[in-house]
Structure formats: C-alpha cells, structure tokens
Design a protein around this ligand. Structure first.
Ligand code: ATP
Ligand code: MG
Length: 150
C-alpha cells in the first residue's frame, strides 16, 4: 500500500534520512524501530506530508504522493496521528468521532440558518457511523463520556 523509494531528507549538511526504502502491505500493522535520532520521525513526517523530502518518492497504491500536503493526504486516507492524542476534551467520545469527516453541512453559516433539517439528518448518519467505530473498537461503553475524562 505504501512504498518509500530511496528517500533522503537533509537538514543542511546533516542527513537525517539517507536512502530509506520500505514497503508496507495493505492490512498489516508495521513498526519502525531504531535508536534515538535514527530518523524515524523525519521519515514519518515526509510520508505524512509534514516535511518535503530532499529526494526520493513516496507511493501509495501505485500513486506518487510525494510532497502532497497533510490535508490532501487525509482525503486519500493517509493520516498521521501523534504519540500524545489531542482530543476535544469537553466533547463526548462519540462527538469527537463525529468531528472527523470534513465538509459537513453545518460548517456553512448559510446551511446552519436555512438547512437545519439536512444538518440534523447528516448528524444522525455521522452518529451511527461513530457508533459503528466505537463498537468495532469495543469501547461503546464510553461513547457518552467526556473525552477529557478518559
Ligand atoms: N528540523 C530539523 N532540523 C535539523 N535537524 C533535525 C530536524 N529534525 C530532525 N533533525 C535531526 O535529524 C535526526 C533524526 O531525528 P528524528 O527526530 O527523525 O529521529 P527519531 O528516530 O525520530 O528519534 P527519537 O527516537 O528520539 O524520536 C536527529 O539527529 C535530529 O536532531
Ligand atoms: Mg521520533
């Protein structure tokens, strides 16, 4: 699914990533290990579009995604998460999940005033989807808990 080809990332004269090539198979859970300063985070940052590479390519399902911005990669299904999660602490776990899909009708002032029915309908669908995810993760029991309490 992800193929990194001969990736280099230099910071001035310093070679943080020096010709990395990796392949990640669809459906696998893949880890990257190495000592402090080995270049793991730099490699992740390049894959996730946070940093452009000095040279080399990142392919996703055969498509060249090198240098795409994080929001562009998000729409292709590639997202970087962080070791320390940043949730909306005063919203519930379900509401946090409902925030994920971009371009919701309620984000537009016009819709918020004149299309309340459509927004409510969309929110019901998002809540159902969020509940499916919570069920999949077997954490349905915390759906209504404020995320900050977890
Ligand atoms: N923006 C930057 N400017 C200059 N040097 C950097 C920059 N980012 C990372 N480096 C250097 O590149 C090297 C690799 O850093 P990186 O953070 O990728 O390592 P890491 O494998 O994630 O380490 P750790 O296990 O400590 O998280 C380090 O020597 C670091 O100091
Ligand atoms: Mg790191």
């Amino acid at each position: 699914m992800i193929r990194v080809e001969n990736l280099h990332r230099h910071f001035g004269g310093f070679h943080a990533v020096d010709g990395a090539s990796i392949e990640i198979a669809t459906g696998s859970i893949t880890g990257l290990i190495g000592p402090n300063g080995a270049g793991k985070s730099t490699l992740f940052n390049v894959i996730a579009g946070v940093l452009p590479p000095t040279s080399g390519r990142v392919m996703m399902n055969g498509e060249d995604i090198t240098g795409l911005k994080p929001h562009e990669l998000f729409h292709k299904g590639l997202l970087r998460t962080f070791q320390i999660a940043h949730e909306f602490s005063s919203m519930t776990v379900r509401e946090n999940l409902m925030m994920v899909p971009a371009g919701q009708s309620g984000e537009s002032l016009w819709s918020a005033c004149f299309r309340r029915g459509r927004i409510a309908e969309e929110e019901r669908a998002l809540a159902r989807k969020a509940d499916e995810v919570l069920d999949f993760l077997t954490i349905s029991h915390v759906a209504d808990e404020k995320a900050g309490n977890l």
